[in-house]
Ligand binder design. Structure first.
Ligand SMILES: CC(C)(COP(=O)(O)OP(=O)(O)OC[C@H]1O[C@@H](n2cnc3c(N)ncnc32)[C@H](O)[C@@H]1OP(=O)(O)O)[C@@H](O)C(=O)NCCC(=O)NCCS
Length: 441
């Protein structure tokens, strides 16, 4: 038998459908994105800007931080000026500050120009996006360290959180530069990775994303997909990460992840669509630094209703699950347990106490198709059983039309409809004709 040719239109439909849960998970979240200076000089910058505009359109609150290191170096080289680096930080003398101001002003305006592009044949057509830059970052001098006077090199003293939030509330994109002003009116050249991590921490951002110049590889030259700040600290201490920029970005990502930013990502900008792939596909494309276990099993809150509906709607349409309205789901949300992965609901189940007070019914049990076969169903059931025992239940019931064997493998036994506790029996839907199972706890 020959394989039918792939239908690009169908691929597109499938891709679009699969990205919906991520779109919902990211809406209203605050992301800080740092773009390395190299990316700004590359041919990829237009795509990156379009991807950022798309995120803004989808309701993501965006703070953009740009790097300027190669641009500053190029200006200094052209003038035959040598600057010293200590601990990966440039010592900014008067000439270097002049070069930094020139480079940053130039980059800022170019970025504003790119975001203003509304050409009919570009993805930005009809998108109206305001880029707002200003004195949002207050700097202080690094001062003298180990005998070296860092002169006009500064570090972040304060981020004007309220002013930035007001811009984000208005739907604007906030652009931060690695030049900060001090209350004395001086200007300081700062490390853009640090500006990004400090801003993300101060804004209590949901994510920080570094669009850097290289992937994070382990000792076997394999891409590191997910890592805790502690593990990343070991990689850095063992000097596994060779590239100086990546080292800076990973260090800043760890700092953010250890200080309340749930997820920090380091991506290689040279991969086309790296940002979208990281945010809208199952396992992303770069390295995620997170302190939290990537997936958590927890009781559901009202904010999870949208995610649960997203997960169960196809199963309801296929008749696998009984239909539930949003109102009913909202009223019963406390009965639900969910598995959450990077803000997305990947599994859910509900536990309803039955009138005898000693038993409960497991319902609306679903694992997202992409995540089946990984033991999530079994883990979720184990969690429900624990919840049931804590509520004094002695028996669990489940009604199923298509997962009978699965529940049997989890220790449920088939029983007669008549063996259901009183009221539940009277509510049994004979048309649906589900099989009934019970498991003693
Ligand atoms: C049933 C379901 C919850 C299992 O979730 P899961 O995370 O894949 O479960 P686990 O990883 O713990 O178990 C996977 C095993 O169960 C098997 N399995 C999955 N669905 C099954 C089904 N409907 N019938 C029989 N076995 C099934 C898998 O083949 C796999 O077996 P293997 O390890 O021998 O290959 C999931 O398939 C689902 O959401 N189904 C659609 C919704 C549904 O039917 N819900 C029940 C309504 S009450």
């Amino acid at each position: 038998m020959t394989t039918p040719p792939r239908d690009p239109a169908q691929d597109y439909v499938t891709w679009f459908r699969n990205s919906t849960p991520y779109i919902n998970a990211h809406r209203g979240r605050t992301f800080v994105v740092m773009i390395a200076g190299e990316a700004i000089e590359s041919g990829s910058i237009q795509h990156i800007v379009h991807d950022l505009a798309l995120l803004n359109t989808l309701g993501v609150r965006l703070v953009l931080v740009h790097g300027a290191r190669p641009q500053i170096s190029a200006r200094l080289t052209a003038q035959n000026i040598y600057t010293r680096f200590e601990r990966h930080t440039r010592i900014t003398d008067a000439a270097a500050l002049a070069a930094a101001l020139d480079a940053v002003g130039n980059i800022r305006l170019r970025i504003e120009g790119l975001f203003s592009m509304g050409l009919a044949n570009s993805p930005m057509y009809n998108a109206s996006l305001q880029v707002v830059s200003g004195n949002f970052v207050i700097a202080k001098p690094v001062g003298v360290r180990d005998g070296f006077d860092y002169q006009h090199t500064g570090e972040v003293r304060r981020v004007q959180v309220d002013a930035i939030r007001r811009q984000l509330d208005a739907g604007n994109l906030v652009l931060l530069s690695p030049i900060g002003c001090s209350p004395t009116g001086e200007l300081f050249n700062m490390n853009s990775e640090e500006v990004a991590s400090t801003a993300a921490i101060a804004l209590k951002a949901d994510k920080i994303i570094y669009l850097g110049t290289a992937p994070v590889l382990d000792a076997n030259q394999q891409l590191v997909r997910e890592i805790t700040p502690q593990e990343a600290g070991q990689l850095l201490a063992k000097e596994v990460v060779q590239d100086a920029d990546t080292e800076r970005q990973l260090t800043a990502a760890c700092h953010a992840a250890s200080n309340g930013v749930a997820r920090a990502h380091v991506l290689d900008f040279r991969e086309d669509g790296a940002l979208l792939r990281e945010l809208f596909t199952r396992d992303g494309h770069g390295t995620m630094v997170t302190n939290e276990s990537y997936e958590t099993l927890r009781n559901a809150y009202i904010e999870d209703v949208g995610g649960i509906l997203e997960l169960i709607a196809p199963l309801e349409q296929a008749g696998v699950l009984v239909r539930r309205s949003r109102e009913r789901l909202e009223a019963e949300i406390k009965r639900f347990t969910i598995a959450e992965r990077d803000g997305m609901v990947v599994a859910c189940a509900a536990l309803y106490p039955l009138e005898d007070g000693r038993s409960g019914e497991v319902a609306c049990f679903a694992v997202h198709p992409d995540y089946r076969g990984g033991g999530r169903g079994a883990k979720l059931l184990g969690h429900l059983e624990k919840r049931a025992r804590a509520q004094g239940m002695r028996t669990l019931y489940v009604l199923s039309t298509q997962a009978m064997h699965w529940f049997q493998e989890q220790g449920f036994e088939p029983i007669d409809v008549d063996a259901l506790p009183g009221e539940r029996k009277s509510l049994y839907n004979y048309q649906r004709n589900s099989k009934v199972f019970a498991k003693p706890l």
